[in-house]
Write a protein that binds this ligand. Structure first.
Ligand code: SF4
Ligand code: SF4
Length: 273
């Protein structure tokens, strides 16, 4: 059956979730080497923030940004200790992208999660040493919706494939976060990648590229797709086809943006925007 022709009942039975590719049900043991300080600081000075950013870069972090966790997310999740987040992204290597899904590829994927998780803990310990309270949201753990956090931090926008699409590497990235007591972080108030949703509405290449039919068109909200968790082999076999088929991966962010801006200008001219 074609993805687009599934009936509402079947969809409801399969999933109620919007696409949200994360490796969810995975328990991570706390790898902190330093305990949370008793009277945690609530502020960070600019020199320490700069040092944190420099250290992140040295450790291979692709980008770092800051988000206030939305109130409704905090209310619905008792596991979240703090309301401010340092959001980190890390590239998915081409060694994973170039391999076909399977046991071997999954090993590479697990290694990547392990490495990125370790870096996140190292940065968290770095802050704890300075008297700052932290809680790590490991990239493979389902502590909170990391893609959404990345979007709030203006690191990118969540595409139809459920992945955060960044200007640096499109959807070829993993996300982690350090929740913290610091209240004076340079939180983003921008929403510079929102235009992506209009591109996704017309594209849908990730749906066509999925070998498992795990992504299903959402007729009510064209910029998003449904994800059937049981069918997706992203977290069990390291599948990355929904990344590879995405024009943001293939052609780059700037190319897609230019194309979309031209289209929007044309539609505006014709009074159809
Ligand atoms: S099966 Fe592969 S292509 Fe399909 S949604 Fe999962 S990770 Fe993406
Ligand atoms: S493949 Fe197309 S629809 Fe899917 S996330 Fe990328 S741009 Fe959006």
């Amino acid at each position: 059956m074609s993805n687009n022709l599934r009936c509402c009942e079947e969809l409801e039975k399969l999933t109620n979730e919007q696409a949200n590719c994360s490796c969810g049900n995975f328990e991570v043991t706390d790898q902190s080497e330093i305990e949370n300080p008793k009277n945690s600081k609530k502020e960070i000075n600019s020199s320490l923030l700069k040092q944190l950013e420099e250290k992140s870069e040295k450790l291979g972090i692709m980008s770092i940004a800051y988000a206030k966790i939305p109130a409704n997310v905090l209310e619905s999740n008792n596991f979240l200790k703090y309301s401010n987040a340092i959001v980190l992204t890390y590239p998915i290597g081409m060694d994973i992208i170039d391999k076909v899904p399977g046991e071997e590829t999954q090993k590479f994927n697990d290694k990547l999660y392990e490495k990125f998780g370790k870096i996140t803990y190292e940065l968290s310990d770095y802050l704890r040493k300075e008297g700052i309270g932290t809680q790590v949201a490991h990239p493979k753990e389902d502590l909170t919706d990391l893609s959404k956090l990345g979007q709030v931090a203006d690191l990118g926008y969540i595409g139809k494939n459920g992945l955060l699409i960044s200007s640096e590497l499109g959807p070829r990235l993993k996300i982690s976060a350090i929740l913290t007591t610091i209240e004076n972080l340079p939180f983003s108030e921008k929403n510079s990648h929102e235009w992506i949703k209009n591109y996704c509405k017309r594209c849908g290449k990730c749906i066509k590229g999925c070998p498992q039919d795990a992504l299903i068109e959402n007729e009510d909200e064209l910029a998003k797709a449904y994800l059937i968790d049981e069918k997706c082999i992203g977290c069990s076999q390291g599948c990355t086809y929904c990344i590879e088929s995405c024009p943001f991966f293939e052609n780059g962010y700037d190319w897609v943006k230019e194309k979309q801006m031209k289209l929007e200008a044309k539609l505006k001219e014709k009074g159809k925007s």
